[in-house]
Design a protein around this ligand. Structure first.
Ligand SMILES: O=C([O-])CC(=O)C(=O)O
Ligand SMILES: [Mg+2]
Length: 389
């Protein structure tokens, strides 16, 4: 058994949307196909991955160094002999050969994307949905059969008035979501408050609305927003200041007792540990949003979950960023608290399997081998073109 080829391509996920920090007018994403010599149903098993959103495609790093490390390795060193399968941990170690510690940036995205494709292949070789494989291997066979998801959107874009914002949020509720999320921080505070109040007219209760500042605020602005939104009792207040400013995050706990969320721009278990050590995050109410696709993949994610456990955090406090099926599998298989969902943005990468409806805020997973990409036809068309083309 061996990996015979790894292919990558960069695709556009550009759109006119903007958060408080960036617009997505030039956003790209990498798609990876790991082609194996294992035959299932008469065809070679191909694992697929993509790099979530928010960081650009990583083709250059993959082509320059990561892909060759795998294709040049002795295939036998990449095999899990006990399970007669590929070994994602050995593959990860090979990918990270001669990489110094620290400075977890773009390479974590390149590795996270390849790792997703490897796990997809592993689950396909084993003939199980990935969440089932994860539960069987790491959680005594107990998987969640559905995952809590919230609808993320509420972006800024040209010409978007409150009528459109309200219609967007109403459409999420109509599609079965209980909690929605909107962007804040790109306009003055009083204007954001009017936007929040407009959305509250739709969702009814602050506990059904989360807000995301995308790391925009300095401490003074962060506190001003905290004071202003407190009366609404929102679901969470997300990524308030710079993702690496743990002191700012810690100070906010002195000004805002309600739930906060952060972590989507922390890309390693060491960074996650620093957040938990120094960021004042509260395990009884706050949420962590690490995204495996951006942060060295599931192999590293397991280390992050271990760090959390050692520091007294339940895995149920993690609701990953990224709205992708990989995190949905991790959520169901490793017992996270839920997953983000992008019902409308970042298509065809956002969203879950075709034909599985969200009901009362929960979504099920397709019963097919792998991550489930084949059950999302528009996404699978992009992947298949790379893997089989
Ligand atoms: O706008 C983005 O970059 C995405 C984001 O923060 C989120 O989904 O939480
Ligand atoms: Mg966010």
């Amino acid at each position: 058994m061996r990996i015979v080829d790894i292919r990558e391509k960069t695709v556009s996920i550009a759109s006119p949307i903007a958060n408080a920090y960036i617009d997505f007018s030039k956003m790209t994403c990498s798609v990876v196909a790991v082609v194996t010599d294992v035959i299932r149903d008469g065809k070679p098993v191909i694992g697929y991955g993509f790099n979530s959103n928010g960081r650009y495609g990583q083709g250059a790093l993959m082509r320059d160094r990561f892909l060759a490390r795998i294709t040049e390795a002795d295939p036998d060193t990449l095999i899990d002999h006990e399970n007669n399968n590929l070994d994602p941990f050995a593959i990860w170690k090979t990918l990270m050969t001669n990489e110094k510690p620290g400075g977890h940036g773009e390479r974590s995205v390149a590795v996270g994307t390849i790792d997703m494709a490897v796990w997809d292949a592993v689950a396909k070789i084993e003939g199980k949905p990935l969440y089932r494989l994860l539960a069987d291997r790491y959680r005594d066979g107990v998987a969640d059969d559905k995952v809590w998801v919230y609808a993320a959107g509420g972006y800024y874009y040209p010409g978007k008035d409150q009528t459109k914002l309200k219609a967007e949020m109403q459409s999420y509720l109509d599609r079965g979501y209980d909690v929605v999320k909107m962007k804040i921080g790109a306009v003055p505070l009083d204007e954001d408050i009017r936007r929040i109040e407009a959305v509250l007219e739709v969702v009814g209760d602050g506990r059904r609305l989360a807000v995301d500042a995308n790391g925009r605020f300095d401490l003074k602005t962060a506190i001003a927003y905290a004071e202003a939104i407190k009366p609404y009792n929102l679901f969470w207040y997300e990524e308030i200041g710079d993702p690496l400013d743990y002191a700012l995050q810690a100070e906010l706990a002195n000004h805002y007792e309600l739930p906060m969320a952060t972590g989507e721009n922390l890309f390693s278990h060491q960074d996650a540990r620093n957040l938990l050590r120094h960021g004042g995050m509260r395990p009884d109410r706050d949420y962590l949003q690490f995204d495996c696709a951006l942060s060295y993949g599931l192999v590293e994610y397991m280390r992050t979950l271990k760090v959390m456990e050692e520091m007294g955090w339940s895995s149920r406090r993690v609701v990953p960023h990224g709205g992708h099926q990989m995190s949905l599998n991790i959520a169901a298989g490793l017992h996270l608290g839920g997953n983000e969902s992008y019902p409308d943005v970042f298509q065809p990468f956002g969203g879950f399997a075709d034909g599985i409806r969200v009901e009362n805020g929960y979504v099920g997973l397709p019963d097919i081998p792998g991550v489930g990409f084949e059950a999302k036809s528009a996404l699978y068309a992009v992947m298949r073109e790379l893997g089989e083309g």
